[in-house]
Design a protein. Structure first.
Length: 468
């Protein structure tokens, strides 16, 4: 009986151990079963069906707006400004697109789009349209970024809608946030009104341009220019510094800000005020009377962007030019590759007529000490150079040049060439004179560069090489 009892105890102990092992396993299976129930409750449809629903939902929303959607898209945070687009999604794969990128894009043109599902729902403009021009490697105006285009994208990841119903997208490659707002009946025609303002901004009537801040009698000016064609402006405030123990005004290195176009004018990312404050998202309206873009700040200060008709910082390059110890002559060369951009089209148009009468090579020399101008070639009555005496007068902040007759009988211009020559020489000897600026060494040559800008018409400027 003792043996029997011992056997029963061993069986009982084994059953207890087995039960101890089974209980945790059963609990694990129970937990997994509960977790499966939870998963089924969250994802009550297969992944493929959920994906299809997300695609269809976005496509329906895109097509729901009668006049489509509009957006301002800034491809690069620091290197470009804004481009405006209007999209009308007509069918499951057809979109009409217009943009203020160029005059050719102002009207709606059809292309194709698709809505895809990846990590999130994605809108892709699948065939060529205006938006693809922002990533075209053949148009790469950003300095040092050849082949990069404007760094734009044509695929947008969908991140939902705002309370106002605007779409929130992020570009696929660069994660730039882009907001699509509902367009109106005038959105497409507004593109043309907006685009018209680019000519008002870029078609300067003067080589001197400024951002002017005024409040009562207090006025400060910064220079501005358009360094490259990507909707950006470079602004350079005036600062004081000491040079050779003397306090002088100079332009600092400045900063670049992006701009966009509106039907009434332009807007800027930001500007730095004279007191150092930064003003962001600043809208300017074009003032027809002043021919400038104007904005008024909350404190009553007035900002204006446009042409000036004199240098912001007074210049006196004529003093260097007229000093016999410093200058022998200056040389102008027509279409000179090194001085591209300094000589304006307005001057080149006048000098082109002189080239046509036999000035070859196409250039002229102005001697500061012997005081005459020399145009090589066959334009004179002797089929040789045209030479005329000049008189120079230093007016403090500009120079006035007057004619004093041809140097000899053989230097007189041919009667048939007189009209072209007279237009040129009358410009050079206009009684209002020229602002003369010494730009220092500004080319691959060691010569200093001097520019002469017409006081009467500051859209006329020519650049010359200085020779000592």
């Amino acid at each position: 009986m003792a043996l029997k009892n011992n056997g029963m105890k061993r069986i009982t102990n084994s059953m207890r151990q087995l039960a101890g092992l089974c209980l945790p396993v059963m609990l694990i299976f129970f937990a997994l079963s509960c977790q499966e129930d939870k998963i089924e409750k969250v994802f009550d449809k297969p992944a493929i069906e959920r994906s299809r629903e997300s695609i269809n939902a976005l496509r329906e929303k895109l097509q729901s707006s009668e006049f489509g959607w509009k957006t301002y898209y800034k491809p690069s945070k620091n290197e470009t400004g804004y481009y405006q687009f209007v999209f009308r999604f007509l069918k499951d794969s057809v979109v009409e697109m217009a943009s203020d990128f160029s005059a050719a894009d102002l009207t709606l043109r059809k292309s194709e789009y698709s809505v895809l599902q990846g990590s999130t729902t994605k809108l892709s403009f699948s065939t060529f349209g205006a938006i693809h021009k922002l990533s075209d490697s053949n148009y790469s105006p950003i300095p040092g970024e050849e082949g990069a285009g404007l760094k734009g994208d044509f695929e947008f990841l969908y991140y939902g809608q705002t309370d106002e119903g605007d779409f929130i997208f992020r570009t696929h490659r660069t994660q730039v946030t882009v907001i699509f707002k509902q367009a109106t009946a005038s959105s497409v025609s507004d593109l043309t009104l907006s685009y018209n303002n680019i000519e008002k901004l870029t078609d300067a009537k003067s080589v001197y341009r400024a951002l002017e801040e005024s409040n009562g009698s207090n006025v400060s000016k910064s220079s501005f220019d358009l360094p490259y064609e990507a909707r950006v402006i470079k602004i350079r405030p005036v600062v004081e510094t000491t040079i050779d123990g003397k306090m002088v005004q100079v332009f600092d290195e400045g900063y670049i800000t992006g701009y966009g176009l509106t039907p009434a004018g332009i807007f800027l990312d930001s500007i730095k005020r004279g007191n150092g404050d930064i003003v962001r998202n600043l809208y300017f309206n074009f003032n027809e009377d002043e021919k400038r873009f104007v904005a008024t700040l909350a404190d009553g200060s007035r900002l204006a962007i446009g042409d000036l008709f004199a240098p912001i910082i007074p210049v006196d390059g004529q003093k260097f030019f007229l000093d016999p110890a410093l200058t022998s002559y200056v040389l102008f060369r027509y279409k000179d590759a090194e001085l591209v951009g300094l000589t304006t089209p307005a001057f080149e148009a006048i000098f082109a007529k002189v080239v046509a009468i036999g000035v070859a090579p196409p250039r002229f020399v102005m001697y500061s000490q012997n005081e005459y101008i020399d145009l090589p070639g066959t334009a004179s009555v002797a089929n040789s150079n045209v030479r005329e005496w000049l008189l120079y007068e230093d007016k403090g902040d500009h120079i006035v040049i007057t004619r004093d007759g041809f140097t000899d009988a053989n230097s007189v211009v041919k009667p048939a060439n007189a009209a072209a020559y007279e237009e040129f020489i009358n410009l050079l000897t206009d009684p209002e004179g020229f602002y003369v600026e010494n730009l220092g060494v500004a080319t691959n040559y060691t010569n200093l560069v001097f520019t002469f800008t017409s006081v009467k018409n500051p859209s006329i400027r020519f650049a010359t090489y200085h020779v000592r």
